[in-house]
Every structure is written in structure tokens, then in C-alpha cells.
Design a protein around this ligand. Structure first.
Ligand code: GLN
Ligand code: ZN
Length: 759
């Protein structure tokens, strides 16, 4: 038999039942027992779906009330001491406090899991970090699954990856690896022994660090670590995903483990390397069903790819999704409003299970056993290749016909900025904001009511105009030089544009966990992208009509538009990006025509869209930056293009950022005390820069001294004639009162420094 297994499944419930139950528990509206029973029901349904599809080894340990990395830390007892909790007897409320903070302790930090939008809780490593195993939750879930009659395989994040992901806190001076692994490892081994005692024959130990570039010190840790874990009584399947691990073939072969999982969706080329070089007496699990996307697989192709591997490895070929299905929405069957044709090309987690079941039967019984399923899959693939909903000849022709140099502005920056200064007549240290202003309850309610049809178009229009007018009035009073309209009409910076572009569609229930109880429903790019009608001109020109200052129009850039969506997998990403860029370009030129001559194209997702492997960075950055430039191609020299990137660490990609050639870039710098800006200074970044002078994450109003300190620091590294003043990021999560107070401080400091400069 060819074992069909998986390492994880969506755990929020097909209609987000867990989210609602957890939030009710937080509010005191549900007891712990009630929450536990919702959780048990979700696990029961998930396992039943997996079994029904033909899965042989079902995952345990993939369920979590908040985050599975936090669960593992709790099982290992390695929680931060600062909370004062007894790790061996951690209660559920205490567990949530680790994730969310409490009256005396701030929450543990969160960060994105590799290049996904899933946020995990970052382990805190300090000199006093200790581990004490408490596996009771995991063991309870094993017992639960066994009681339901299933064969199971617990999945855990591996010790090397866990150590690497943690953040060094106080008191650790030497390398985390040397200090931490010796303490972590005995606990990890103990945990495995306890799982073995519960009858877990196999444990999947995920080491995605192998697909990233962690450096040789971490790679060297693998041999001793896995030596230690090999005597614990379980068979170990090392899990990797999101990129190739082919360069580690020899290392992986040398580990005393029983199997390896590789992601052959993200890195198809590694299959040949492992099919050739992997020992025949060990399991090779091949992930050919995409765990991170919403598209149906081409099953004939998948089976044709696997057949020669099966001929080599026999039963040691296992099959699985490319990675945990945590990253895909749960069940397409509950969608009622998706276009039927588009739906016929899609597969969510539940459908991916069925696909794997078909692959398994084909491998074991031959293709004839699954003739009908293959015919349906072939038909969907053939339809997708030609369907006019997807393929728009005009869009393809436009991209293909782009002349060389189409992505370049008319003149170099030095000339453009002169043309801009001529009409903008900005003072020294011009001030602006990043785009959004407070999204009040009234704004959200008006938008929601309009969407539901409860608010007429005319009333909605009036409500939004009222908000925009207030926003402009506030900025007038503050004397902000380049005001914005405030983005009241936008629920989300990607969804807003996706809804108006052809080639995008939206599911009703395609939620994916982002962190804790928070889920996102990414737009879906299914076809060629174009812009049927102007998207922002109406609101921006209304805002401009209220002020003589230059109103800044606000768009979301091509990389962010695809990175925060599910993207079609039938053409290269670079193609998708270029199509979006040209759609945005239509908008840029329409804004310009309508008199909006300052336009910001946000690209906060560039950093996280970068490939995990450095070797692929240059190629990615080349087309990503080209797409950004394409979106403002043809704009007049006197039109000022801004971009914004938040929270990005881009010291190492500054040449690429500079190549985007935005006239002004605004970045987040306040929390790092302008550290990032120093890199811009050293690099001699050529265009204008607006470093954030205060943190927008907190309602706290900064003192003038704080803002002045930051601005003076900025003036040391950036020539003052190229320096702008702005907050770190958009203000949508803040309230009006604090927003105005914060901006007042920013303006007061700016004016003070302007006077000084005038002398
Ligand atoms: N213009 C957006 C805003 O201000 C930018 C948000 C972001 O950088 N993520 O909300
Ligand atoms: Zn931002």
C-alpha cells in the first residue's frame, strides 16, 4: 500500500465555529467545557472527512485553540517565566494569556510562519528557559482519535526549527543553538517517548528550516539532534515544505530517521533528486497536491509523475498534501455563491483529501480503478486552459506588446522632482500620512449595511462623503501638506481593489486562520486581470474638491495585490503581477487626468513575498520591481509617485527598493529608533524618503521630545531636502482623538525644525 497521510487540517471549522466559540469563552459567554466540546466536534468531523477520503494516517497535534507552536511550547514546558505560570499545570485561561497578554505581562510575540500569512507565537529564549514535559493535551487527542478507531501520526515542529525560530531575550549571550538545544533536546526526546507509549508508531517532525537558509551552524545541529531522538521508540518522518531541500540530500540521508516528506508543488525539481538518491528502505513522502492554494490538481499529471517513483520505491512511496492543509480554506461544498464554472476548477482542503484518495487508488489499483475521477479532472484542466472567463486576449496581448523600457518614467528622478516642486511648492520637511484614517464603528456599519442592501447607494455615498470631508477638514486644520481622503470606503486594501478588477472572485466561507481567532478570507485571482472602470477616482476627486492642497490618491501595488490573495497557478506569478500592474496603470493615468497628481502605490508585502531561497531573490525582485514601475508608466514627470512599505526589513534589498524609482518612499522606522533609515543613508538612497516618526500601533501620544529625537536622527542620515515627515503606517486602527493628538505633535515638531532650518 502507498500510505496516504497528512500533517494538518484547517481547525477553525467550515463556518468558523472555533473562532466564535473561543471568542465567546474569552467574553465569559461560554464555559470551558462548552468550548472543549466545540473543539472535540471539529476534530471528530475533520478526522471523519480524512478517513472517508481514504487517509491511512491521520494527524494529531494539528488542532489548536490558538497556535500549534504555542501548544508545543506548552507541551515541552518551555513557556516564558515572566508570566509566573506553572508549566506542568497550565490552565486554558493561562494558555490564552500567553498568547494575548494580561494585566501585567505583554503577550508573547507573533510572526508570520515562513512565507505564509499564518502567524505563530514566537518562543522566548532566555538564560533561564527551562523545559518540563507536559503532554497531557496531546495525549488526550491521541486517545480521542484512537477511540474513534483511527491510526494516527502526531505532527510536531522539530527541535532545530523551534530553537531557530525563537527570539533571544535577556541573558543569552552565546548562540541560541548552543545554549538552548542541550536543554530542549532531552525534553523533546521525553515527549516522543510519551507519544510512543501512547501507541504513536510514526511522528512527523517538521523541520522547514531545511528549506530556508539557516546557515551551516544550524545545519550541523541536525546530526546530533536526530541521533538523540532516534532512540525514543517512534518512527520519525521529517517534514519539509515551501521550497526545495535537494541541497541537503546527503545530510538527510545520513540522519537516523525512517522517512522524509518533500514539497513537490513549490519545488517540483527536487523530486528527481530524491527519487534517485533517497534510500529505498526508507519512506519518501511526496507532496504533489497544493496545500496552500485553492485549485484542483491535474490528477493525471500527478499520477504520471508518481508512477516511476512508485516503481522505484514501492510501498515506501507515501503521498500527502505539499504541506499542512492549515493554509487552505476548508470546504468548497459550503460555497453557494461562487460562479459554477470557477467553482469547478477549485479544491479546498476537503476536496484535496478526495484528490489524494484518488491518487492512492490509482497507485495501488491502477488508473482504471479511478477512470471517472481522472476524466473529470482532465476535463477541468482542459476547460481551464481555454475558458474565456479566465483568458482575456486583450490583456495577454497588452502584456506581450509592452515595449522595452515601458516600465521607465519619462525622465530621471532629478528632473521629475523639479517638475513636482514647481507646482507643489512644498515647505521643507513636507508632511503627509500613509493613507487610512480611523475606521470608526459608524464607517464599518455603513459599509456593511450598504453591502447587505440595507443602505441605499445614495445614503452610502453621503455617509462616505461626510467621513471624507471630516478627514480633509482635520488635515487642513493640522496643516498637513499632502492630505489623503482617509480610505473610509475600504474594508481592506486588497479586497477593495479585487472587487473592482476582472479576474478576481470572492468566496463566502474561504477563511484561513491568520492568528488566534482571527481569520482572513483572501480574494482569489482566477483569470487575466483587467480594470473595467475607474476604482478610486470618484472618492479622490471629491476629496480634492475640498482642499487646495495636493490630494494624494491611494492604490495597492501589484505584489501586495497577489501576495494577499490566492493566485491562479496556470501562469507564472510574474505574469499575474504584470497584468495587475497594467490595471493599476489605467487607474494612475485616470487619476492624473482627473487632477490627482500625487499617487501612492502601497507595497507592504514585497518583503514577505520574497522566495525563501536567496538564490531566487534577484529574479523575483527584478520582475516585482518592474511590475511596480509598470503601474505608473506614462505618468507625467510632474506627477509624484509615492510608495509605502511597513515593517519591512530591507537592508539587504535596498538596491531593488531604489530601482522601484518611486519619487517618495515612506517606511516604518520609529520602533527601531531609525535604525533602518541608517541603512538608507549609508546606501545613499537617491529619492525622497519619509521615515515614520511615531508608532501607530499604540494609542499613546508621543512626546514632542521623542518625535524630535527621531526626526533629528533622520536629518543626520538623509539630506534634509529629501526628507518627509509622516507616521509609521496607516491610522485605521486608531481612534480619532489620539490620531489628532499624535499628528499635532508631529506637526509641532516639524514646524519647530522648519524654523530652525530657515535661519
Ligand atoms: N494605505 C494603507 C493604509 O494607510 C497602507 C496600509 C499598510 O501599509 N499595510 O492603511
Ligand atoms: Zn504600513
Amino acid at each position: 500500500m502507498n500510505t496516504f497521510h497528512l500533517s494538518g487540517y484547517p481547525r477553525i471549522g467550515a463556518k468558523r465555529e472555533l473562532k466564535f466559540a473561543v471568542e465567546a469563552f474569552w467574553k465569559g459567554a461560554k464555559t470551558e467545557a462548552e468550548l472543549q466540546s466545540v473543539a472535540a466536534e471539529i476534530r471528530r468531523l475533520n478526522w471523519a472527512a480524512q478517513k472517508a477520503a481514504g487517509a491511512d494516517l491521520l494527524p494529531v497535534g494539528d488542532f489548536s485553540f490558538y497556535d500549534h507552536v504555542l501548544d508545543l511550547l506548552c507541551a515541552l514546558g518551555g513557556i516564558p517565566k515572566r508570566f509566573g505560570f506553572d508549566a506542568a499545570n497550565l490552565s486554558l485561561p493561562e494558555y490564552f494569556q500567553l498568547a494575548r497578554g494580561n494585566a501585567t505581562q505583554f503577550a508573547m510575540e507573533m510572526t508570520k510562519w515562513f512565507d505564509t500569512n499564518y502567524h505563530f507565537i514566537v518562543p522566548e529564549w532566555s538564560a533561564d528557559t527551562e523545559f518540563k514535559v507536559n503532554a497531557k493535551n496531546l495525549i488526550a487527542q491521541i486517545k480521542e482519535a484512537k477511540a474513534q478507531g483511527y491510526d494516527i501520526k502526531p505532527t510536531l515542529v522539530g527541535p532545530v526549527t523551534l530553537a531557530w525560530l525563537g527570539k533571544k531575550k535577556d541573558g543569552i549571550n552565546c548562540r541560541v543553538k548552543d545554549l538552548l538545544l542541550p536543554k530542549l533536546l532531552p525534553a523533546y526526546a521525553q515527549l516522543l517517548r510519551e507519544l510512543a507509549a501512547e501507541g504513536a508508531d510514526w511522528v512527523q517532525i517538521d523541520e522547514p528550516i531545511l528549506a530556508a537558509e539557516a546557515g551551516s551552524a544550524w545545519l550541523d545541529a541536525f546530526a546530533p539532534v536526530y541521533q538523540e531522538l532516534s532512540g525514543t521508540g517512534v518512527c520519525i518522518l521529517v517534514g519539509t515544505y515551501f521550497a526545495s531541500v535537494a541541497e541537503h540530500l546527503d545530510l538527510l540521508k545520513s540522519l537516523p530517521v525512517q522517512g522524509l516528506h518533500i514539497d513537490c508543488v513549490r519545488a517540483p525539481e527536487q523530486l528527481a533528486v530524491f527519487a534517485e538518491g533517497w534510500p529505498k528502505d526508507r519512506v519518501l513522502s511526496v507532496g504533489l497536491i497544493d496545500g496552500r492554494n485553492v485549485w484542483r490538481a491535474n490528477l493525471s499529471k500527478v499520477i504520471a509523475t508518481l508512477e516511476p517513483v512508485k516503481a522505484k520505491l514501492g510501498e515506501n512511496l507515501w503521498i500527502a498534501p505539499s504541506c499542512s492543509l492549515l493554509h487552505s480554506p476548508q470546504d468548497l461544498a459550503v460555497e453557494e455563491k461562487l460562479d459554477g464554472e470557477i467553482k469547478s476548477w477549485m479544491a479546498f482542503a476537503a476536496q484535496k483529501l478526495v484528490e489524494l484518495g484518488v491518487v492512492k487508488r490509482a497507485l495501488e489499483q491502477g488508473k482504471d480503478a479511478v477512470q471517472a475521477e481522472l476524466a473529470a479532472s482532465d476535463a477541468a484542466a482542459a476547460d481551464r486552459a481555454t475558458n474565456k472567463l479566465i483568458h482575456n486576449d486583450a490583456v495577454k496581448a497588452r502584456v506581450a506588446a509592452l515595449p522595452k523600457g515601458a516600465d521607465q518614467r519619462k525622465s530621471p528622478f532629478a528632473e521629475r522632482i523639479k517638475a513636482q516642486q514647481e507646482w507643489m511648492k512644498l515647505p521643507a520637511l513636507p508632511t503627509t500620512t500613509i493613507g487610512s484614517f480611523p475606521q470608526t464603528t459608524e464607517i464599518r456599519q455603513a459599509r456593511a449595511a450598504f453591502k447587505k442592501g440595507e443602505l441605499s447607494a445614495a445614503d452610502y455615498d453621503a455617509a462616505m462623503k461626510k467621513e471624507i470631508a471630516y478627514c480633509v477638514e482635520v488635515q487642513e486644520k493640522l496643516e498637513i501638506d499632502v492630505p489623503v481622503h482617509g480610505e473610509a470606503e475600504r474594508n481592506d486594501m486588497v479586497e477593495y481593489f479585487g472587487e473592482q478588477l476582472s479576474g478576481y472572485c470572492f468566496s463566502q466561507f474561504g477563511w484561513v486562520q491568520s492568528y488566534g481567532s482571527r481569520c482572513v478570507k483572501p480574494p482569489i485571482i482566477f483569470g487575466d486581470v483587467s480594470r473595467p472602470n475607474p476604482m478610486t477616482v470618484y472618492w479622490s476627486t471629491y476629496a480634492q474638491s475640498l482642499t487646495k492642497r495636493p490630494m494624494k490618491g491611494m492604490l495597492t501595488g501589484p505584489v501586495t495585490m497577489f501576495k494577499w490573495s490566492f493566485v491562479r497557478d496556470d501562469i507564472p506569478l510574474s505574469e499575474v503581477a504584470k497584468q495587475i500592474a497594467l490595471a493599476l496603470n489605467d487607474e494612475v493615468l485616470d487619476l492624473e487626468k482627473a487632477g490627482i497628481k500625487v499617487i501612492q502605490i502601497d507595497e507592504p508585502a514585497i518583503r514577505e513575498a520574497m522566495p525563501l531561497k536567496k538564490a531566487q531573490w534577484d529574479e523575483f525582485l527584478a520582475w516585482a520591481c518592474e511590475s511596480f514601475r509598470l503601474s505608473s508608466t506614462g505618468a507625467e514627470d510632474s506627477t509624484q509617485i509615492h510608495t509605502h512599505m511597513c515593517y519591512s526589513e530591507f537592508n539587504d534589498i535596498l538596491p531593488a527598493i531604489a530601482s522601484m524609482d518611486a519619487d517618495v518612499i515612506t517606511i516604518e522606522t520609529s520602533r527601531s529608533d531609525m535604525e533602518l533609515l541608517t541603512a538608507f543613508g549609508d546606501f545613499k538612497y537617491p529619492n525622497d524618503i519619509g521615515p515614520g516618526v511615531y508608532d501607530i500601533h499604540s494609542p499613546r501620544v508621543p512626546t514632542e521630545a521623542e518625535v524630535e529625537h527621531l526626526l533629528r536622527k533622520a536629518m543626520e542620515v538623509v539630506p534634509v531636502e529629501r526628507l518627509w515627515v509622516n507616521p509609521d503606517c496607516g491610522l485605521k486602527t486608531r481612534g480619532w482623538k489620539e490620531t489628532i493628538e499624535q499628528l499635532e505633535v508631529m506637526m509641532a515638531v516639524t514646524k519647530k525644525l522648519r524654523q530652525e532650518l530657515a535661519k
